[in-house]
Write a protein that binds this ligand. Structure first.
Ligand code: SAM
Length: 222
């Protein structure tokens, strides 16, 4: 009876930990966001553990059954498509339910996109705020207005089709000289780290159509 939360690579398959591999082999069932995506990873490492689906559209519905299965003695590993489950991914509902039912939970340390992005930025990051994905509409303006005064480094996720629009929008809130770092395709073949002022970085992506996955880091006010 246990839930393991297991981080998986955000790009480079070599980033999986030895303990993640061992855990994924030993558990009774792996809960995966997208079984097709996870099968690629599991086949690569010759892991044949049964896969069940656990994603944002069924996480409420399957919760009770998963708790019952764990109470009956089964051990589960929760994985997401990439990185650490529950970080801008499904997971927290299950972790909370396990805790409520006295089922042990263990999150293994491992890959996540926000940490390498923060370190790559070169900004002071002893303290930082992680905003996940910015709200698309409601609350976005209020949040950005609040963040422009933030003293800690700010880190958030953005999709390739919105990155340029967001960078241009940030210019309405932050000074054009504010330092920013955009990390693209971390740990992958076409990894790119673009550092500079907000103006410079926005210009870079205006010239070159953004592709891939992105993390944005903004230096705090000081
Ligand atoms: N659970 C993941 C984690 O621990 O980082 C995050 C999942 S969230 C659905 C996906 C977002 O994470 C992407 O849109 C992108 O902003 C960021 N991301 C994931 N992999 C990345 C990578 N290799 N390079 C840059 N950003 C990445």
């Amino acid at each position: 009876m246990k839930l393991y939360v297991v981080p998986t690579p955000i790009g480079n398959l070599q980033d999986i930990t030895l303990r993640a591999l061992e855990t994924l082999k030993q558990v009774d069932i792996i809960l995966a966001e997208d079984t097709r995506t996870s099968k690629v990873l599991l086949n690569h490492f010759q892991i044949a553990t049964p896969l069940w689906r656990y994603h944002q559209h069924n996480e409420h519905k399957v919760l009770e059954n998963l708790i019952e299965e764990m109470q009956a003695g089964k051990t589960f590993a929760l994985i997401s498509d990439a990185g650490t489950p529950a970080i801008s991914d499904p997971g927290f509902l299950l972790v909370r339910a396990c805790i409520q039912h006295q089922i042990p939970v263990e999150c293994l340390p491992g890959p996540t996109a926000l940490i390498p992005a923060l370190v790559d930025s070169g900004f002071p990051i002893n303290r930082f705020v992680f905003e996940g994905f910015l709200p698309p509409k409601k609350g976005r303006q209020t949040l950005l207005n609040k963040l422009k005064e933030e003293e800690r480094a700010i880190v958030f996720y953005e999709s390739p089709h919105r990155i340029l629009k967001t960078l241009l929008e940030l210019k309405n809130y932050f000074e054009a000289t504010r330092k920013i770092c955009v990390c693209r395709e971390l740990s992958k073949k076409f990894e790119e780290i673009v550092r500079g002022t907000l103006d410079e970085v926005a210009l870079h992506f205006e010239k070159q159509a953004p592709r891939g996955e992105f993390v944005i880091v903004i230096e705090g006010v000081h």
